[in-house]
Design a protein around this ligand. Sequence first.
Ligand code: F6P
Length: 324
Amino acid sequence: MKKIAVFTSGGDSPGMNACLRAVVRTAIFRELEVYGVYRGYEGMIDGDIKRMYTHSVSNIVQRGGTILKSARSKEFMTPAGRKKAYENLAKHGIEGIVAIGGDGTFTGAKIFFEEYGIPTVGCPGTIDNDIYGTDYTIGFDTAVNTALAAIDKIRDTAASHDRIFFIEVMGRDAGFIGVECGIGGGAEFVMVPETKTDLDSVVKDLKNLRKTKTSSVIVVAEGDDAGSADVIMEKVKTKLNDNTKEFKVTTLGHIQRGGNPTARDRVLASRCGMAAVDGLLAGKQNCMAGVTNQEVVYTPFQDCIGKEKPIIPDHLELIKVLSI
Ligand code: F6P
């Protein structure tokens, strides 16, 4: 193998740049030519592909976002789109691919590999942490810390005004951010997509808590089955029959996707990036390089996207016990 390509795709995550840097520098160290594909699968289809050098990734290990840019491509979901992408890679003589992204990225990579056979290794880049085959994904730690910093501030004002805050964090299909923010932020309740939210029991507990606590923080993952934080707040207010203005909603939104990656994310990103290139050179394909129990492991894309990564049940119990 002499030439490889690397791209970032899907929702960006802090640490993608550190991962890209590791891919580019490892490739060059191992005497490969490396090409950056801009805007994920969109750029592959458009032929937006450029050679990268050691200096192309200088001074980015600490930066959030992705210098290669990212996109969610509809066209790549079609055979015609993938054919164009293949032809562009073939023009550059690409023999291996590193795909940095989440489940959508790996779903595309798996289909592309099955159709065109270019060996591909993925790196888990998403704030959601919802990828099987790695204990943590690149960007998750930073996103949790960003959300926590905001929750700490909200707690100050919630306590000063005796208010109940519903704070919505990201996680369309996964509650990892919600759970860690709940534990770290001392939330009274956490609502996540993995468990059914019973608002009647929340209201009952809230009534009890109000005997001893004057303010509460409720963390809602955006994909919760009871609705968005706005909707849940209105339902709880109605059930409590409380018409005061002491119920507030804050949606943290995309602030969670930006910012300088934490040390944990930079280290994880660097390890996965190097492991992806070394994996390709060792003949790995159609799989992701992740880290579990401190060790680099390669997991088939099939499992990364197909197997469930459950939230740790102890964590929900922890939040319940510590919220009294
Ligand atoms: O997958 C990462 C993520 O940030 C999710 O938590 C969130 O639901 C989604 O992306 C938002 O996507 P977009 O930035 O395209 O609106």
